[in-house]
Design a protein around this ligand. Structure first.
Ligand code: C2E
Ligand code: SIN
Ligand code: SIN
Ligand code: FE
Ligand code: FE
Length: 366
C-alpha cells in the first residue's frame, strides 16, 4: 500500500476542505483522526489534547463515551508531548514507556505506534496525534512520519482555533453568569433565582421545540435578564413597599440599561443576552415595555424568559411582596394566557407542570 505524493496532497487537501467547515470539536476530532489514520494506513488514530494546567492529556474514543484521561508523565504519548518529540515505535509491548492500562481498558493489542506532537502558532504543544498498528502487520516508516507530520500541522491549526473558540465561549458564559448574579444580589434576590430562571427557560425552550443548541444558549443568557437593575438606585430597587408611578417608570428603565450594556458587545452570547434583557417585560398582547412589541414580534427568548421570570418572582418573597401559593400563580397564568404570555408557552407550562416544580424543588433557597 503506497501512495505517490500527488495523491497524498490531494487527499490531505480534500480532507482539510471538509474539516475546515467543522466548528465543533465533537465533529472535528473524529474527522481529523480518520484523515490521519488513512494517510499512513494505520488501524486506529487517537487525537490527544493537552490540558496544560492539570498536566493531563485526554482523548475521545467514541461519541457519547467519556474521554480517556492520562497524566502527561506516563505513557508514550505523554512522553512525546513533554519532550515535544515525534516517535516511531515498532515494538510497543517492549517499550518501557508504554502504558499497558489503555490496552487493558480497550481490549486492544498495540503492536506498532507513531506519535506526532501538535504545536500552535506560538510553538507551544497543544496535543498529539497517535496512530496505532500499521495495517497488514507492517511497520511505520520515516516516510509515514513525514506524511503524518504534514497532516499534524494542519490538524494543529484547526484544533487550535477550536480550542480558542471554546475558551472564549467558556469565558463569556462565566462572565454572563457572574454579571447575572451581581444584578440579583443588588436587588437582594436570592442566589438561586437566576439558576431557576435559567433551568425553567431551558425546559420551556425544549418543550417549545427549539434546537438543543438554542436551549443551551437560552439557559446561559436568561440569568442576565435583570442585569440592568445595577443601574437602579437602592431607594427604588429595594423599597419595602409599592412603587409609585414615577418610581415604576424609573424601574422600567432596567430593560434599556441592560440592553445597552450587553448590546455594545459583539460576542454572540452577549448579543443573545441583550435580547433577553431588552424583551423580558414585553407582553404578548402588546401592553408590555419598553417597545410594546406584540405576539411573535417578541423574540422567543424574550417570551420564554418572561414566563420563567414571573413564575419565579411570584413564587418567591420580595421586599415588596410575599410569595404566592401555587394555586394563585396558576390562576394568574390561565388569565394571562394570550395577554401577558404566549398562549403556546402557557399550554406547555400547564401540561408539564411537574417538571417545572421539580426544578423549583431542586434549587430551593435556604
Ligand atoms: P420582580 O420582583 O422580579 O418581578 C418580575 C415580574 O414578575 C414583574 O415585572 C411582574 O410582571 C411579575 N410580578 C412580580 N410580583 C408580582 C405581583 O405581586 N403581582 C403581579 N401581578 N405580578 C408580579 P414588573 O411588574 O415589570 O416589575 C419589574 C421589577 O420592578 C420587579 O421585578 C421588581 O424588581 C420591581 N417592582 C415592581 N413592582 C414593585 C413594587 O411594588 N415595589 C418594589 N419595591 N419593586 C417593584
Ligand atoms: C427578577 O429578578 O425576578 C426579575 C425582575 C424583572 O424581571 O424585572
Ligand atoms: C400586584 O402586586 O401587582 C397584584 C397583586 C395581586 O394580584 O394580588
Ligand atoms: Fe426585569
Ligand atoms: Fe428576574
Amino acid at each position: 500500500m503506497k501512495r505517490n505524493s500527488d495523491e497524498l496532497l490531494t487527499f490531505i487537501l480534500d480532507s482539510i476542505a471538509k474539516i475546515a467547515s467543522l466548528h465543533h470539536q465533537e465533529k472535528l476530532l473524529p474527522e481529523l483522526s480518520k484523515m490521519c489514520r488513512d494517510i499512513v494506513f494505520a488501524e486506529r488514530c487517537s487525537i490527544w489534547i493537552l490540558d496544560k494546567k492539570r498536566k493531563k492529556i485526554w482523548t475521545k474514543v467514541a461519541d457519547g463515551v467519556k474521554p480517556i484521561e492520562m497524566n502527561t508523565n506516563v505513557g508514550i504519548v505523554g512522553n512525546a508531548i513533554e519532550n515535544n518529540q515525534s516517535l516511531i515505535i515498532n515494538d510497543v509491548q517492549n517499550d518501557m514507556r508504554f502504558n499497558s492500562n489503555i490496552d487493558k481498558k480497550t481490549g486492544y493489542l498495540t503492536k506498532t505506534m507513531m506519535v506526532i506532537p501538535m504545536e500552535n502558532k506560538s510553538d507551544e504543544v497543544i496535543g498529539a496525534i497517535q496512530v496505532i498498528n500499521k495495517q497488514e502487520g507492517d511497520i511505520f516508516s520515516e516516510l509515514d512520519l513525514k506524511y503524518l507530520t504534514l497532516a499534524a500541522s494542519y490538524a494543529a491549526e484547526s484544533i487550535g482555533t477550536i480550542l480558542l473558540m471554546e475558551e472564549i465561549t467558556q469565558t463569556q458564559k462565566e462572565l454572563i453568569y457572574r454579571m447575572g448574579v451581581t444584578g440579583e444580589n443588588r436587588s437582594k434576590e436570592t442566589g438561586y433565582h437566576v439558576k431557576r430562571v435559567a433551568e425553567y427557560s431551558w425546559l420551556l425552550g425544549k418543550l417549545y421545540g427549539l434546537s438543543l443548541k438554542e436551549c443551551d444558549v437560552l439557559r446561559d443568557v436568561s440569568p442576565m435578564h435583570d442585569i440592568g437593575k445595577i443601574g437602579i438606585k437602592d431607594a427604588i430597587l429595594n423599597k419595602p413597599g409599592r412603587l409609585d408611578d414615577m418610581e415604576m417608570e424609573i424601574m422600567k428603565t432596567h430593560v434599556q440599561i441592560g440592553y445597552d450594556i450587553l448590546d455594545s458587545s459583539d460576542l454572540p452570547l452577549l448579543k443573545a443576552a441583550s435580547i433577553v434583557a431588552h424583551e423580558h417585560h414585553e407582553k404578548y398582547d402588546g401592553s408590555g415595555y419598553p417597545n410594546q412589541l406584540e405576539g411573535e414580534d417578541i423574540h422567543i427568548y424574550g417570551r420564554i424568559t418572561a414566563l420563567a421570570d414571573v413564575f419565579d418572582a411570584l413564587g418567591s418573597e420580595r421586599v415588596y411582596k410575599k410569595a404566592w401559593d401555587d394555586e394563585r400563580i396558576f390562576k394568574l397564568f390561565r388569565e394571562e394566557k394570550g395577554r401577558h404570555f404566549d398562549p403556546k408557552l402557557i399550554d406547555l407550562f400547564i401540561d408539564n407542570t411537574e417538571q417545572f416544580l421539580a426544578i423549583r424543588d431542586e434549587f430551593t433557597d435556604v
